[in-house]
Design a protein around this ligand. Structure first.
Ligand code: IMP
Ligand code: MG
Length: 190
């Protein structure tokens, strides 16, 4: 086992646990889409950068559906642990989503503000269907009216790091999801 990062208070899910759960959920998603009549028989998988990356890759590599990959960057956190109120699109879709079946892949749903914004944007742009897959769900913090169709793990309202989740844009590369030791953040130096 790799040395734990000093900001880790407690590891919640190891790489192996995340990968095994992702496989299970992927099977459900394959079953759900296998009889849908999609354009080019192809699902449009939309990753919300940057946090989705490790989970997105893990899901896509395990999934047998024909898929196209798209990405968006939507701002939410600005290097702190507080969400901004109004999300902003920083990188938009590179393809026409009209009549497409879209699966959004997220790292975590917290207040849901970011996701709700993207969800409405996709439907307004003419998507035929929009479903949501998330690695982590923090339902107790939800403000926006949105929920995941598939969630790998439900967690308590704590600030988590690793497997795509950052603190000040760093440590997304930790191969596990951990609760952050927030007491250390006050005078934390990289
Ligand atoms: P929401 O709009 O409040 O649901 O926040 C969505 C985004 O905030 C997620 O996609 C993450 O990028 C980020 N975020 C939310 N909670 C955490 C956390 O506990 N650790 C790190 N990033 C988080
Ligand atoms: Mg995210």
């Amino acid at each position: 086992m790799q040395k734990l990062h000093p900001l880790v208070k407690k590891v919640l899910f190891t790489k192996e646990e995340i990968e095994s759960k992702t496989k299970e959920v992927t099977k459900e998603i394959e079953k759900y889409y296998s009889d849908k009549n999609m354009i080019d028989n192809s699902l449009l998988v939309l990753g919300l950068l940057k946090g989705c990356l490790p989970f997105f890759t893990n899901f896509c590599m395990n999934c047998d559906l024909t898929m196209e990959m798209e990405f968006m960057v939507v701002s939410s956190y600005k290097g702190t642990t507080m969400a901004e109120t109004e999300p902003k699109i920083l990188l938009d879709l590179q393809t026409d989503v009209r009549d497409r079946d879209i699966l959004i892949v997220e790292d975590i749903i917290d207040t849901g503000a970011t996701l709700k914004y993207v969800y409405d944007y996709l439907l307004d742009s003419g998507a035929r269907s929009v479903k949501i897959l998330t690695m982590l769900d923090k339902p107790s913090r939800r403000i926006a009216d949105i929920q995941a169709d598939w969630a790998c793990f439900t967690i308590e309202p704590e600030f988590v790091i690793g497997y795509g989740l950052d603190y000040q844009e760093k440590i997304r590369n930790l191969p596990y999801v951990a609760i952050c030791d927030t007491d250390k953040l006050k005078d934390w130096k990289w």
